[in-house]
Design a protein around this ligand. Structure first.
Ligand SMILES: Cc1cc2nc3c(=O)[nH]c(=O)nc-3n(C[C@H](O)[C@H](O)[C@H](O)COP(=O)(O)OP(=O)(O)OC[C@H]3O[C@@H](n4cnc5c(N)ncnc54)[C@H](O)[C@@H]3O)c2cc1C
Length: 429
């Protein structure tokens, strides 16, 4: 069993990039070489700004290289009506349009820049295990359709035919979602940003960020940059670069596994259309195939000693059970990553001072949302009023009791699992 992500292990377009040496200048410095940073770099360079990306490790080292590669153009837990109730009709509708267009944006960029990343805009499916959950996703599909989503309601037979999974009451599909290899997608974004004039440096950890004149001086171990604006795109890997920022989200450790390839006979029964699936359970069940027919799933689990060995095995057992696969091949890759979850599960732009912005668009739906966020941050870098952008913009809102709250999702998991079980036995009636 390997402990690096499947995607880093199989990526074909990865190459080393230099580290920053000596002094440099740019209109925009981006801290972090994940989807948020790289999409911003591409969109800002295309607008004619001079852009430098500083990545502490390598491109896609953070959540970007550790996710499941599901492109999902909507929010976890929040539907457009909830968003409107929370932030008002005008801002809520803008944000819903932003999200529902994000899947097409990803696949359009891939096509436009010829990014070879095993991309397939095959759709994202959300099955519902109970009649009550099916009623909720039917309403969800209707709401997203109002904002342009290619939403389809699926009855129980359609879910089984599309996924191969039995026992769901129904579900819905957004056809603008799909799958890709995230490390190849990120490296393709970095190549495209460089082709547009951006400079991307690896092994260049930002160690200091200070105000200098009307801009900033950003220091790494071996270099420094003077820039008019800075975008902090460090997500849950921020290393406390800004402590107020670190206390404004909940870091969530999520595990992923990929099995050895499945035989073609089984592959034909499961996901013949190559979609990705995440159901509505609180303890989310997800699955997809990669291009080599490895079955990929993930999940959270109770942490503690031995979690790195224990959790992948538990996730593997669950996969075999849920898909009725007693002969499921063993795990080939197991890895974990940190996702940054905002309390309202929505994307946010965080005002850290004049010309200094951070962004979160993750909440476990980051591929589409961070890509779309990059286009918005490029507008800000080019001088747009941040209050007019489609993503909420505010000073960091520090979570009370952060030292405890940060452990809540894992600590509360057994409770969530119990509630799932209760819903399923009650919903079956
Ligand atoms: C296990 C897992 C599964 C997921 N599955 C999915 C999925 O299937 N679909 C989906 O849409 N989303 C998924 N997500 C969420 C998605 O991966 C993230 O939303 C997205 O990758 C966030 O990208 P980012 O660029 O904001 O941050 P990251 O990719 O985390 O990048 C932050 C980068 O900042 C760098 N950095 C930190 N500090 C510094 C510093 N001081 N100087 C320089 N660089 C620094 C880090 O090295 C890192 O590379 C998943 C997340 C996890 C953890």
């Amino acid at each position: 069993m390997s402990d690096i992500s499947l995607w880093h292990a199989v990526a074909r377009n990865r190459r080393d990039r230099p580290s920053l040496q000596g002094p440099a200048e740019a209109d925009l410095v981006i801290v972090g070489g994940g989807f948020s940073g790289l999409s911003t770099a591409l969109h800002a360079a295309a607008r004619g700004l001079s852009v430098i990306v500083l990545e502490a490790e390598i491109v896609a080292w953070g959540a970007t290289g550790r996710n499941a590669g599901f492109v999902v153009p909507n929010f976890a837990k929040m539907d457009p009506d909830n968003v409107i109730a929370l932030i008002g009709a005008e801002r809520g509708e803008r944000l819903a349009h932003f999200a529902s267009a994000s899947g097409d944006l990803v696949f359009d960029l891939i096509r436009r820049h010829g990014i070879d990343c095993a991309a397939d805009q095959s759709g994202w499916i959300q099955p519902a295990p109970t009649a009550a959950a099916f009623a909720r996703v039917r309403a969800r599909a209707g709401q997203w359709a109002r904002y342009g989503a290619r939403a389809e309601v699926l009855d129980d037979r359609a879910v089984e035919a599309l996924t191969g999974a039995r026992g769901y009451a129904g579900g819905w599909m957004d056809r603008s979602g799909g799958v890709l290899n995230p490390v190849e997608y990120a490296n393709g974004l970095a190549d495209a940003a460089e082709a547009a004039g951006a400079r991307v440096f690896e092994t260049s950890r930002v160690t200091a960020l200070e105000r200098e004149g009307s801009g900033y001086r950003i220091a790494t171990g071996a270099g420094s940059v003077r820039a008019g604006r800075v975008f902090v795109a460090t997500n849950a890997y921020d290393g406390r670069l800004n402590s107020r920022l670190s206390r404004s989200y909940v870091p969530l450790r999520v595990f992923q596994i990929a099995t050895r390839p499945l035989p073609a006979s089984v592959r034909q029964r499961l996901l013949p259309g190559n979609q990705c699936v995440s159901d509505t359970r609180r303890n989310l069940f997800t699955f997809r195939f990669d291009a080599e027919n490895r079955l990929i799933t993930g999940g959270m689990h109770i942490l503690g000693p031995g979690a790195a060995r224990r959790v992948p095995r538990a996730i593997h057992r669950r996969l075999a059970e849920k898909l009725d696969l007693p002969d499921l091949p063993p795990i080939e890759y197991a890895w974990s990553g940190m996702a940054a979850v905002m309390p309202d599960f929505l994307p946010h732009l965080v005002d850290l001072g004049p010309g200094l912005l951070a962004g979160f668009a993750c909440n476990g739906r980051g591929i589409a949302m961070t890509t779309a966020l990059g286009a918005v941050v490029a507008d800000w870098a080019a001088g747009a009023d941040p209050h007019g952008l489609p993503v909420p913009y505010a000073a960091p809102s520090e979570l009370p009791f952060h030292a405890f709250v940060r452990h809540a999702p894992n600590a509360l998991l057994p409770w969530s699992m119990l509630r799932d079980r209760f819903d399923e036995s009650a919903g079956a009636r």
